[in-house]
Design a protein around this ligand. Structure first.
Ligand code: AP5
Length: 232
């Protein structure tokens, strides 16, 4: 099974992707996480990417496609994979099609996390991330047991540089200008499944569970959508 999680910043893609990847033993590829690792390690890619991520712009397609290709080529993705934050532009979507085709693989579904801008700004202003393991929290909706400390590994929680309100607004503009067109791209291919990502974390998780289970049950994609999600 190969899935894409698509949607605006702060829609909850990462929160749900980590759960689904673990539960279904899918190889998890999150380009944003990989860029942050590269920036923290001071690699050449990280140095090139930093100015873009800090300002909320997209990293240029050639750099990100190269990064994604490397990640996809690593052992582990043969059995199934979940792509979070890639593709984000039409050239990236076309590159993904080519890469999968070369490996004789296809996408099973693209989950569109639909949520309004106000919710995004609210969610991202309260997001905290573990510096050590990358686990994500929210000061209200998913609070750690101890403030500032990761439940999973005890690492320090911090606020991402690109979660400042002005940068979030820019990321939303960039999403509309460069990524939203992918909804039509995948709708035309019969792959787009809308998830009402404005609901609470557990409810969104349940909708995804149902929708992904339905894919397994109906590999010809004729599975009917459950409440809160619809195939578009
Ligand atoms: P990336 O890290 O991918 O950021 P993003 O797509 O903007 O997504 P986020 O991580 O901000 O949000 P999310 O949807 O994962 O939400 P989360 O689950 O954390 O990319 C960062 C940057 O890297 C980009 O701006 C770009 O510069 C670059 N980049 C990455 N990929 C690229 C590409 N392919 N091409 C070019 N450039 C690329 O949830 C957010 C918060 O809300 C958390 O606090 C969470 O606890 C909370 N929350 C989650 N769900 C709910 C809910 N249902 N109700 C209430 N709170 C919730």
């Amino acid at each position: 099974m190969r899935l894409v999680f698509l949607g605006p910043p702060g829609a909850g893609k990462g929160t749900q992707a980590t759960v689904q990847a673990e539960k279904r033993a899918l190889h998890y590829i999150a380009t944003g996480d990989e860029l942050r690792k590269a920036i923290a390690a001071g690699t050449p890619l990280g140095e090139q990417a930093k100015a873009y991520t800090d300002s909320g712009q997209l990293v240029p397609d050639d750099l990100i496609i190269e990064l994604f290709k490397d990640l996809l080529g690593k052992p582990g993705s043969e059995g199934g994979a979940l792509f979070d934050g890639f593709p984000r532009t039409l050239p990236q979507a076309e590159a993904l099609d080519r890469m999968l085709e070369e490996g004789g693989k296809t996408l099973d579904a693209v989950f569109y996390f639909d949520v309004i801008d106000e919710a995004v700004v609210h969610r991202l202003s309260g997001r905290r991330v573990c510096r050590r393991c990358g686990a994500t929290y929210h000061v209200v909706y998913k609070a750690p047991r101890q403030e500032g400390v990761c439940d999973k590994c005890g690492g320090e929680l911090y606020q991402r540089d690109d979660d400042l309100p002005e940068t979030v607004r820019n990321r939303l503009r960039v999403y509309q200008a460069q990524t939203a067109a992918l909804l039509d791209y995948y709708r035309d291919r019969g792959l787009l499944v809308r998830i009402d990502a404005g609901k609470a974390i557990d409810d969104v998780g349940q909708m995804l569970d149902d929708a992904i289970d339905a894919l397994g049950d109906h590999s010809d994609h004729t599975g009917g959508p459950a409440a809160g999600q619809e195939r578009l």
